[in-house]
Design a protein around this ligand. Structure first.
Ligand SMILES: C[S@@+](CC[C@H](N)C(=O)[O-])C[C@H]1O[C@@H](n2cnc3c(N)ncnc32)[C@H](O)[C@@H]1O
Length: 409
């Protein structure tokens, strides 16, 4: 090991969840609980300046920034659902307009469905395999809700789309406690008859309550820009970066694209089925990743499977280029905080924490410290089959690493 790792129990936050401090408005895989960032900012004395999260997901870093009094933040993500969630949470809107919008939506839908002919005339989308995942009744109701949501003014619409996105998933035939899409059993399907409108309006009330209580009071004076994009470098611009990049490619770690597929389809996102290929490590490469502490681990994997070693290399190439851009974009004296997992592939643990520290040091940074924390409260796929043999399962990750570096050149 090149860079020392300190086991720090303070950061375990055992028994605490996202909801303990700031409830989330929409489920999202592998969210960072804001308590971690809040504690780190206290420890590092970060209380002002510009914050960047190049992989912002559902936006926990901005919650951290707001809690610590920062008022300028920038986030990027290439999953449209992540951008929707973050924008809804961190965009200031007039709450009275929201409440009026809610009443109007309720009345419009009620008036519309009173007439059975209306409901039968509604146009239903035609995504691939749509009938495999939804009943015709559910599709009708979802289409009606969607039509009326799109009549709501654009400035406030995101807050209505968030509960819609959750309703889509809950009313589909997918098992709800998984990130990936698995259809429930046929006998469960026969009994499955969700009250789509009831579910939607309950979720809408909850989302608006959370927004009003936890987020709106904090975003009054803050500028938070969230972009549906890969992070483009911006020289010497940011004071602090707080981020948790993906742990590996989406296909074999956290399936962000698959988790978000229904929502992205219903939100009319083009290529909604291809998101996983666009995320880090999603593209094929022809050469193993070389000249790094990680190389010998990748080579060991290549002894077992060259295909897997190339897939892993693709992820580290992407992370490498991204760290180069992020490093250039941090001001001298600024700090980078990366929260990463060291996943296991073919029974070999990949030291991503060491990789991150190494790349920042190659870019004019000094490694300050790495803390190891237990992963008790993150919703993660915690087991895999290292050899792909049935019955051989072991934990892929039980802890994660907080890697902190400072720009000195
Ligand atoms: C671990 S999650 C971040 C979770 C976030 N901290 C939160 O609390 O919700 C990683 C995110 O990186 C995004 N992502 C993956 N590859 C990306 C890329 N090349 N550029 C931007 N975002 C990317 C994924 O869509 C996912 O939302």
């Amino acid at each position: 090991m090149k860079y020392k790792v300190i086991r720090n129990e303070k950061y375990d936050f055992i028994g605490q969840s996202y909801a303990t401090a700031y409830p989330n408005m929409h489920k999202y895989p592998a969210t960072m609980i804001p308590q971690i960032g809040i504690e780190l900012f206290k420890e590092l004395n970060v209380f002002k300046g510009k914050l960047l999260d190049p992989y912002c997901g559902s936006g926990s870093s901005f919650t951290v920034g707001l809690d610590r009094g920062l008022n300028e933040m920038y986030g990027f993500d290439i999953n449209p659902l992540a951008v929707l969630i973050s924008k809804a949470k961190f965009t200031k809107v007039d709450i009275s307009k929201i409440k009026e919008g809610k009443e109007k939506l309720r009345n419009d839908i009620y008036e519309f469905i009173k007439n059975e002919q209306n409901a039968n005339s509604v146009q239903i989308p035609d995504y691939l395999n749509i009938d495999f995942w939804f009943s015709r009744e559910v599709l009708k109701s979802l289409s009606i809700i969607k039509n009326f949501i799109y009549k709501i003014p654009f400035e406030i619409r995101n807050l209505f789309l968030i509960p819609f996105s959750e309703t889509i998933r809950e009313c589909s035939y997918t098992r709800n406690n998984e990130f990936k899409l698995y259809r429930i059993k046929d006998e469960q399907i026969m009994l499955f008859n969700p009250d789509v409108y009831g579910i939607y309006f309950n979720k809408l009330n909850r989302a608006l309550d959370i927004y009003e209580k936890y987020y709106l009071p904090k975003i009054n004076h803050a500028k938070i820009e969230i972009s549906f994009n890969k992070f483009p470098k911006q020289e010497n611009y940011f004071d602090v970066v707080l981020t948790s990049p993906p742990y590996g490619d989406s296909k074999t770690t956290v399936a962000y694209g698959q988790f978000s597929m229904f929502s992205n389809q219903w939100l009319d996102i083009q290529n909604a089925r291809q998101i996983d290929n666009l995320l880090m490590g999603g593209k094929k490469v022809k050469e193993l990743y070389k000249n790094s502490y990680i190389t010998k681990f990748i080579e060991e994997i290549s002894n077992q499977s060259i295909k897997r070693a190339l897939e892993i290399s693709s992820f580290y190439y992407d992370l490498h280029y991204s760290i180069n851009d992020v490093a250039t974009s941090i001001k001298k004296g600024g700090k980078s905080i990366y929260i990463v997992g060291n996943r296991r592939v073919k029974d070999i643990q990949l030291p991503t924490d060491q990789f991150v520290a190494e790349k920042f040091e190659e870019n004019g940074f000094k490694h300050l410290f790495t803390y190891e924390r237990l992963l008790g409260n993150k919703s993660m796929p915690s087991q895999n089959s290292p050899t792909n043999k049935v019955g051989q399962r072991r934990s892929t990750m039980t802890s994660e690493f907080i890697v902190v570096c400072k720009k000195i050149k």
